[in-house]
Design a protein around this ligand. Sequence first.
Ligand code: ARG
Ligand code: ZN
Length: 478
Amino acid sequence: RLLVTGALSASLLLLVPASAAAGGPGRSPGDGAAPGAPGIGDPYYPASGNGGYDVSHYDLRLRYRPATDLLEGTATIIATALEDLTRFNLDFGLTVSEVRVNGREAAFTRSGDHELEVTPVTPLRKNRTVPVVVRYAGKPSELKIGGWTAWHRTPDGGVAAQEPASAVWWFPSNDHPLDKATFDISVAVPDGTQAISNGVLRSRSSRLGWTRWNWRSDRPQATYLATLAVGRFDITTDTTANGLPVLNAYSRDLGDNAGAARASVERTAEVVEWLEGVFGPYPFNALGGYVPNVPSGYALETQTRPFYSPRQFAAGANVSVVVHEMAHQWYGDSVSVKGWRDIWINEGFARYSQWLWSEKEGEGTAQELADHVYALRPADDPFWTVKPGDPGPDRQFDLAVYDRGALALQVLRNKIGDEDFFTVLRGWPAEYADGNASVGDFVAYAERISGRQLAALFDTWLYQPSKPALSPGAAAGA
Ligand code: ARG
Ligand code: ZN
């Protein structure tokens, strides 16, 4: 893994175990309390997340200076001990000046490049819920983790939006999708600058030259889906037919892409209405999107309000990417992976929703698009060596997870028929709403709804490192 290059691969390195990960001594004799594990137990990223506690809420009160990229403030984390803890870890990279646990100053040390070890004065007893206050400051763009930074500094601000990790650049957390929590994110920026985040903009007020933006995301949210974008944005607001607030933000510096960005992201509410017809009720209480002036090319389903790079709109409007990111609100955000190896339950379905949109728009049916992907790639194409059901950390976002992943769904559709297939697509987000699920959970769910044995089908399409012998159309009859 050390040989791979490029931003994505580098981003993955940060989650590989830190040196001090083993835990060390710390069990105080006799009382049964022990240190929490420095990782939550994800085999793809052993240092990601932490053991021993569960967070229910993050309250971030921050200030950001675009001119210097200085981010400072306080995180208050409501955490419940899952075991008797002598100490516990948070995942974080910026400089910490003070930690308090239940009001009392706690000792802390750093290990690896993103572990913060906190030792409260007295052990935390199992089931105890306490506030953990972390005071911090730093320049996220200068923070290199695994030799890389997920923070985009822009001419007028900065942006945190990355997968599988971005939180460590801007707030301390239990950084794994297994530990979802609600968020209040309050950010002060110089008057005339905007701070965009998840959920509902509760209030905004200006004082002494600073405008404070108060955001609330009040459904469980994975840490990597929390976002912050500071810069000079034009904001549009609206209300959906169902009464939900829509808020979109566009950097004032999008140049040639400004029109196409608006022609796409302004259609978010329309896209959500259509997706509701496929997946059932929208799982959150706000929606939108934002387009900062970053040079990168990707998009990300940050909860309620996806991030879009301007390059997504370089060839004109791209409603399909809006369909993809908003589909993730059901598949990925409300229902999150149990571990990162389950990424297909996010990307396979988000891609398939784009195929359904194409079908509806008369631009090619899902079957035609599946046949196209199958025919396009000869058996010796490395595309077929990626197993969408377990791609490995280096191939987590490989095109095969998306395209072969969507192919698997077309094969399922052909096998169980449209009625059961769409019952599954709609039932799954309700069954696992606000929770976590694995690929195995999906296979079991589809078997339950359809009354069919589907293990062989999924084995062929998700788990074999080779091109399936039968085309997606023919496979259904087999
Ligand atoms: N979930 C994102 C999407 O498909 C993928 C972002 C992956 N890119 C990255 N640089 N890690 O919309
Ligand atoms: Zn995606």
